[in-house]
Ligand binder design. Structure first.
Ligand code: BGC
Length: 326
């Protein structure tokens, strides 16, 4: 087996420190989705504010996943500079989370042109990561970098496996030991795990997203043509539970065999599903993930899957309980 150049040497202080951190878990998280991951902040009816960080911390979450659509705020030509004002807004969010001892998963979200034309956008994508990684290099180990949300067709497993070592190298230039998260292809699908080829680096955590059964979790989704025909789909029978358990067990077996931590970076059911089913599904997925030793982040906090109602400033109690218990 090749030894990673980031692998610390046993018996040294660095080894002990890293061994401690390896025990550090993302734990229970929530996505601040539809906030900084849209074209223009606010366009999905949600705007991130400072009290939201307190709300999440007080509820007992460990982690905030912060999806960011950098590509909407970055020059199209070299050196592909990120807009300083937008960078400042991301700084604000990262600082607010780290300042409350929350872990932050900072990613590149909705870079659709990159998935559509990987070769054409490669230099811009890597330039993004060089800028992001350098900017946050001194942040605490609670900050995690997630390389790309949901690689999808035509960015299939093969091109994605080619991107991974390049992106990781761009990060490692300034962040030799930070935890990095890499998802599977097919929009981080569990079925794409066997095709994922990870660079030799023991500080890479693997991410999957879980939205099965899709016709339940995405019923009535207004961005999906035909999703209205799924309205009224409920969830909770024995066969439903069996299917979720089977999927997550498969993922856990892969992770064990690969000796990787697994993070369910998104799971959730859209607001048009009935609340009783949403609550049952969320409870079941969350507790199965925990039983199988996976960290997780619910999709999402205050928008159309929202566990929290930002207009009324209250948690949607059945969802909060599904995630965190009584
Ligand atoms: C996307 C969201 C979408 C969610 C559920 C996320 O990765 O960014 O726009 O609502 O998945 O489909």
């Amino acid at each position: 087996m090749t030894v990673s150049r980031y692998r610390p040497v046993a018996g040294t202080a660095r080894y002990d420190r890293l061994a401690d951190e390896m025990g550090q878990r993302l734990g229970r998280g929530i996505n601040f989705g539809n906030a900084l991951d849209v074209q223009r902040e606010g366009e999905r009816g949600f705007r991130l504010e400072e009290p939201h960080f307190d709300t999440v911390k007080k509820a007992g979450f460990d982690t905030i996943r912060l999806p960011v659509k950098w590509s909407a705020h970055t020059d199209e030509t070299p050196p592909y500079a990120i807009d300083p004002e937008f960078f400042g807004r991301v700084d604000w969010a990262v600082d607010n989370a780290l300042g409350r001892d929350l872990n932050v998963v900072l990613n590149v979200h909705h870079y659709d042109q990159f998935c559509d034309a990987p070769e054409e956008h490669m230099a811009r994508f890597l330039a993004l990561w060089r800028q992001i990684a350098t900017r946050y290099a001194d942040c605490s180990g609670r900050l995690y970098f997630e390389l790309l949300n949901e690689p999808r067709d035509p960015m299939t497993a093969k091109p994605w496996n080619d991107v991974l070592p390049k992106a990781l190298t761009a990060v490692r230039e300034s962040n030799p030991s930070r935890f990095v998260i890499a998802g599977s292809a097919q929009a981080n699908h569990i079925d794409a795990l066997p095709e994922l080829e990870l660079p030799e680096d023991d500080r890479v955590i693997v991410m999957v997203h879980y939205y099965s059964p899709f016709e339940f979790t995405h019923q009535g989704a207004d961005w999906l043509a035909g999703a209205d025909r799924w309205l009224g789909t409920t969830w909770g029978g024995e066969a439903d539970q069996y299917a979720v358990r089977r999927d997550l067990t498969k993922a856990a077996a892969w992770a064990k065999q690969q000796n990787r931590q697994l993070f369910v970076g998104e799971f959730g059911a859209y607001s048009k599903a009935d609340m009783a089913s949403r609550s049952r599904w969320t409870t079941f997925v969350r507790s199965e993930a925990e039983r199988l030793d996976m960290s997780w982040a619910y999709w999402e906090f205050g928008s159309d899957f929202g566990a929290y109602d930002p207009q009324r400033n209250t948690w949607r109690e059945p969802l909060r309980q599904a995630l965190l218990g009584k």
